[in-house]
Write a protein that binds this ligand. Structure first.
Ligand SMILES: Cc1cc2nc3c(=O)[nH]c(=O)nc-3n(C[C@H](O)[C@H](O)[C@H](O)COP(=O)(O)OP(=O)(O)OC[C@H]3O[C@@H](n4cnc5c(N)ncnc54)[C@H](O)[C@@H]3O)c2cc1C
Length: 499
């Protein structure tokens, strides 16, 4: 039986491990964290309130279900999902709010009421195009191991190429939105999808509009928190025979340019010539690969080439004045400044967009009035956790601007100064050292950037890559797909499946 070592128990590592165990490989998975799931994590405050402190928006449920189905298991027996009626509630002020719904008709009506019938028609066209784009790119890009530009154009054919041209594939997302909507607020709302890849809407390619289609296909909440999805994957991995070791891999070993094994933090070694690495891919270059191999640079990473980081706050309070639903976005202006602050000036935006996840709500009205509720707030921030420290004064100023925006939109939080837990780029850097605090690998900036992400095969024979920092990109479903692609590449190289 071929032994494979999977380094890292994020979604990319877990899915790779499950795929390979299903095919009869002996799989050892290493992760020093007490809970698997990587960025999916849960923290508890001193009063015993627990919070999802990583991903909160779960999409493309099928990606996870398929992993279970392929393992002859039923995901619903492991973890419970609820499809949300309201995808998200968006606010610009106390009398400017817009809900987008799982039901497209309801969204159309809401946009018409918010911005007029002409904009609702533009919204309908935009949604149709986003859906076509998703359909065209799902197999030819997202689920393809190394999608080169020409290979993809060949695969998508004439209809697909037309769709790409219609989307303005060589333009930025913002340019596409300027051509689509008159209403600046709608541009902002859909431009924000670039941040799901840690990018600026002014730099990201217009093709990222397909993320809107991903949300239209469904946004789910996971009962008990997203951590329960990670726990379900872990349970499945164990059931399929994956050996899980609570260890850090300190070094990837090689001899004559070939992978030979790993050295763990307890000094022991595991011998193998097949490794799937699920950490931040920058870590490979930073410290993991031994010197001989390191000369063949695996990645080329600079401080400038980093995606967004975040500042987050978690608290349990009563809210009033603004009916929260599960996912709420509060917009500031001017929007462009947020991204020039972060990407050009490397500073915390002075007027950030604020995302609020009301973790105890399914939809609006699903919480008794006056009851305390758990809130998770997030703003975008520069990924400078390895070389800049946010001072207490900066943090206070930032927090004040966040709560003043919420207030402007009508949301009153009793005792907003009482934050249970907060996280900064520095904390994210400490948790994920190779990243500098960047949460999504490299930013997707420029129309070619989707083709320049590292793919499943590294330049070193026997070493494969998975996770949100490699193709097809960040986000839970994409990281899960990347694990499957890495497993597939490994099996192809062993001649077990056709290329
Ligand atoms: C605050 C925040 C909010 C987010 N919001 C969303 C959202 O709403 N929806 C969404 O879909 N995505 C969201 N994301 C992005 C998503 O979480 C990630 O893209 C995804 O989880 C990345 O998975 P991964 O496979 O790359 O593994 P990671 O989650 O990066 O985990 C990697 C694992 O590898 C382990 N590891 C690293 N090095 C070693 C080593 N040397 N030895 C052993 N183990 C090692 C680490 O301990 C870690 O557990 C968010 C991320 C953050 C941080």
């Amino acid at each position: 039986m071929t032994k494979v070592v999977v380094i890292g128990g994020g979604f990319g590592g877990l899915s790779a491990a499950i795929e390979l165990a299903n095919k009869g490989f002996e799989v050892d998975l290493l992760d020093p964290k007490s809970e698997l799931g990587g960025k999916v994590a849960r923290v508890e405050d001193s009063d015993g309130n627990s919070f999802d402190c990583g991903p909160t928006v779960v999409t493309l449920k099928d990606v996870f279900s398929n992993l279970f189905t392929k393992s002859n298991e039923n995901i619903d027996e492991y973890v419970k999902f609820n499809k949300l009626d309201i995808i998200a509630r968006h606010a610009w002020s106390s009398d400017e709010t817009l809900d987008l719904f799982a039901d497209p008709k309801k969204s159309f009506e809401a946009v018409a009421k918010f911005a007029g019938i002409a904009e609702a028609k533009n919204f309908h066209e935009f949604s149709t195009l986003a859906h076509e784009l998703f359909t065209v790119l799902e197999k030819t890009y997202m689920k393809c191991q190394k999608p080169g530009m020409l290979k993809m154009i060949n695969a998508i054919g004439l209809r697909g190429s037309k769709c790409l041209l219609q989307a303005g594939a060589f333009n930025s997302l913002w340019e596409k939105l300027e051509r689509t909507f008159q209403d600046e607020r709608l541009r902002q709302l859909f431009g924000r999808y670039a941040t799901y890849c840690g990018s600026s809407p002014w730099e990201a390619p217009s093709t990222l509009m397909l993320i809107w289609d991903v949300e239209m296909q469904g946004v789910w909440s996971v009962e008990g928190g997203v951590i329960n999805l990670a726990r379900a994957l872990k349970k499945l991995a164990i059931k399929k025979g994956v050996n899980i070791y609570k260890n850090l891999c300190e070094e990837i070993l090689s001899y004559n340019g070939e992978i030979t094994g790993v050295r763990l933090d307890n000094g022991s070694h595991i011998l193998t010539d097949k490794i799937i690495f699920n950490g931040d891919f920058n870590d490979l270059d930073n410290y993991l690969i031994n010197q001989r191999i390191r000369n063949k640079r695996v990645v080329n990473y600079s401080r400038k080439n980093r995606s967004l980081s975040a500042i987050t706050w978690m608290m349990k309070h009563k809210t009033a004045g603004f009916e929260l639903c599960r996912h709420n976005i509060f917009f500031n202006s001017p929007y462009r400044k947020e991204f020039s602050d972060i990407f050009k000036k490397g500073k915390i935006p002075s007027d950030p967009t604020v995302y609020v996840c009301a973790q105890d709500r399914l939809n609006s009205g699903s919480l008794l009035p006056g009851k305390e509720e758990r809130l998770f707030l997030l703003i975008n921030a520069p990924a400078n956790g390895d070389f800049a420290k946010i001072s207490k004064t900066e943090m206070k100023t930032c927090q004040a601007s966040v709560f003043s925006l919420l207030k402007k939109c009508g949301l009153e939080i009793d005792a907003p100064q009482k934050v249970s837990i907060s996280m900064t780029p520095q904390n994210f850097y400490q948790r994920f050292p190779g990243s500098g605090g960047a949460l999504y690998g490299r930013p997707t900036h420029g129309w070619l950037s989707p083709f320049t992400r590292p793919s499943s095969r590294s330049k070193i024979s026997g070493l494969y890559l998975s996770g949100g920092t490699v193709h097809p990109g960040p986000g839970l479903p994409m990281a899960t797909i990347s694990g499957q692609l890495a497993a597939e590449a490994l099996m192809e190289d062993l001649g077990l499946i056709n290329q």
